[in-house]
Design a binder for this molecule. Structure first.
Ligand code: FUL
Length: 476
C-alpha cells in the first residue's frame, strides 16, 4: 500500500496541463449554419449562403469573455455539419461560399486576432464527425482530409492553447462508419502546437462526464490510466471497433480517484477534469432561449464547483445571427465577472502568520501566505496528517477560504477547517480534494485564528496557498 501511495503522490502534470488549469475559466463559442437554421446538430446539406453574420464583431466576443473574467476562447471552427468557419482549401463547404464579406472572410482569423488583441488565449474545436464531407466513412481518405484541415488551423492562426475533440457521432447502425486515426491527429498537434492541450477525446484534459454543469464533490486529477484510453471513445460514438478500449471506468463514474479506486490500479495518470456547459439550454443560439440564460446564482454554483473544485470551467456563449453575443448573455457575463472579482479582490490573510505541526526543511509554512505558487509548505515525507494554524493578526470577518496544493501534487484526501471563537475551535468546512484549488465558503464568521487539519493524505501533503476573503456568499 505504501508503495502505491508514494507512486500516486508522484504522478505529475505536464506543463501544458498546468497552464490550462491555471487558466481556470474560459469560453466555448458554438457558431455555424445551425445559428441560422435553429438546429443543434446540422445535417451537412445546409447551403453556405445562409451564413451571414452582418454585424459580426470578434472584439465584442472577446470583450464579453474578458468582462466575465475568462482567460481564453475555444471556437467551433467546424461542427458536425461540416461547415468551415475558415476558407479551408480542402472543401467548398465554408465561409468562402457565404455572402458574409463576399466570401472573402475568415471567422477563425478574426477571432484568433481579437483574442490576441484582447490578451486572452485562442483554442479550436474541430468536429471529427462530419456530416457533409463525402469522404467521411472512407477511413483513410477522411483521415487525410481531417489532418489537412487540422494542419491549416494549427499553422495559420498563431498559438493555440487547446484542441478540443468531441466524441459525438450520431451515425445510426446503417450510417457511415469512420475509424478516426487519433494517434496521427495527436502527433500532428504535438508537432505543430506542442503547448496545446488535447481535450476530451484526447490525452490531456478529461470531460467531467456531463454537460449540465454538475460538478463532483471529489474531482481527482490522478486517475486510472485506462480512463484516458477510454476517453478516445465516448459511448455516443457507436464505433464497435473502439469498444475494446472500454475498460472499467467511464467519465461519468462518480469516483475516479479515491484511494479505494487507485489501489486497484497499476498505472495512474494525471488527467484533470474540465466542466463544460452552455449559458443557455442549447449549444447554439436560438432566439427562443433569449430568456433562458442561466442565472447568476446557477453560474456561480458551477464556478465554485469547477474552478473551486479542482476542475476548469468551459462555459459556452453562442453568438446570435447578427454575429454578436446577445445583450442578455453579455449582461450576465459581466455580472458574473464583477461578482467573482469583487469576492476575491482582498485577501484578508496577506498580513497573516502561520505555524505548522511539522515542516520539512526548505518548505516553511509561511510559504502558504506569500502569494508565490512555486513555494509551498510540506511536512516530512511519510507524514500523512498535519495541522496548520493561521493568525490573521486581528479579528476579521470572512466567508471564503481558498486553498491550493503545490502544483505537482494531488495528495490531500481529507481536511477540515476550523476557526477560533472565545477560546473554542469551531468547525467551518470539511472536504476531500484540494488539488489545484478548493474554494471553501460558509456563512460569515468573525475570528483571528483559523486552523487547517489535514486528516488523510498521500505520503506528504503540500499547501502553496491559503487565502481568506469576505465576499458575496453564494446561495447553495
Ligand atoms: C457534444 C456535441 O454533440 C454538441 O453539439 C456540443 O458541441 C457539445 C460541446 O459536445 O458532444
Amino acid at each position: 500500500m505504501n508503495d502505491l501511495i508514494q507512486y500516486a503522490a508522484q504522478v505529475k502534470p505536464s506543463d501544458r496541463q498546468l497552464a490550462l488549469q491555471e487558466m481556470e475559466f474560459y469560453a466555448f463559442i458554438h457558431f455555424t449554419v445551425n445559428t441560422y437554421t435553429d438546429e443543434e446538430w446540422g445535417h451537412g446539406h445546409e447551403d453556405p449562403v445562409i451564413f451571414n453574420p452582418v454585424q459580426f464583431d470578434a472584439d465584442q466576443w472577446v470583450d464579453s469573455c474578458r468582462e466575465a473574467g475568462m482567460t481564453g476562447l475555444i471556437l467551433t471552427c467546424k461542427h458536425h455539419d461540416g461547415f468551415c468557419l475558415w476558407p479551408s482549401q480542402y472543401t467548398e463547404h465554408s465561409v468562402k461560399n457565404s455572402p458574409w464579406k463576399n466570401g472573402q472572410g475568415d471567422i477563425v482569423k478574426e477571432v484568433a486576432d481579437a483574442c490576441r488583441r484582447g490578451g486572452i488565449k485562442f483554442g479550436i474545436y474541430l468536429s471529427p464527425w462530419d456530416r457533409h464531407e463525402p469522404t467521411y466513412g472512407n477511413s483513410p481518405l477522411y483521415n487525410a482530409y481531417f489532418m489537412s484541415q487540422l494542419r491549416e488551423l494549427l499553422t495559420n492562426y498563431g498559438n493555440i492553447f487547446c484542441v478540443w475533440f468531441d466524441g459525438a457521432c450520431g451515425e445510426g447502425p446503417n450510417g457511415k462508419r469512420q475509424e478516426y486515426d487519433w494517434d496521427a491527429y495527436y502527433s500532428l498537434i504535438r508537432e505543430l502546437q506542442p503547448n496545446a492541450v488535447i481535450s476530451v477525446c484526447g490525452p490531456d484534459i478529461r470531460w467531467c462526464g456531463n454537460e449540465a454543469g454538475y460538478c463532483r464533490e471529489s474531482e481527482w486529477s490522478v486517475v486510472p490510466a485506462s480512463l484516458r484510453a477510454n476517453e478516445k471513445i465516448q459511448e455516443k460514438s457507436q464505433q464497435a471497433d473502439d469498444r475494446e478500449f472500454a475498460r472499467r471506468y467511464n467519465s461519468e463514474d462518480q469516483d475516479l480517484g479515491s484511494r479505494e479506486i487507485i489501489s486497484q490500479e497499476r498505472e495512474l495518470v494525471w488527467y484533470p477534469a474540465e466542466v463544460n456547459t452552455s449559458i443557455r439550454p442549447g449549444w447554439f443560439y436560438h432566439a427562443s432561449e433569449d430568456d433562458k440564460v442561466k442565472s447568476l446564482e446557477e453560474l456561480l454554483h458551477i464556478y465554485y464547483g469547477s474552478v473551486g473544485g479542482n476542475a476548469s470551467f468551459l462555459l459556452n456563449i453562442p453568438p446570435d445571427q447578427r454575429g454578436l453575443i446577445h445583450e442578455n448573455d453579455r449582461a450576465r457575463l459581466k455580472e458574473l465577472g464583477e461578482t467573482i472579482s469583487n469576492t476575491f479582490r482582498t485577501n484578508l490573510a496577506d498580513q497573516a502568520t502561520a505555524k505548522a505541526s511539522e515542516t520539512m526543511s526548505g518548505h516553511d509554512v509561511m510559504n502558504i501566505l506569500d502569494g508565490d505558487k512555486d513555494t509551498y509548505w510540506a511536512p516530512e515525507a511519510g507524514t500523512e496528517q498535519a495541522m496548520i494554524e493561521v493568525d490573521l493578526q486581528d479579528e476579521k470577518e470572512f466567508n471564503h477560504i481558498v486553498l491550493q496544493e503545490y502544483r505537482y501534487s494531488q495528495r490531500i484526501e481529507r481536511f477540515e477547517l476550523e476557526y477560533e471563537q472565545d477560546g473554542v475551535w469551531k468547525s467551518l468546512w470539511s472536504g476531500t480534494v484540494i488539488g489545484y484549488k478548493r474554494i471553501c465558503h460558509f456563512d460569515a464568521v468573525r475570528s483571528r485564528y483559523i486552523r487547517l487539519k489535514i486528516t488523510e493524505s498521500r505520503w506528504c501533503p503540500t499547501i502553496s496557498a491559503f487565502k481568506v476573503y469576505k465576499g458575496r456568499q453564494p446561495n447553495m
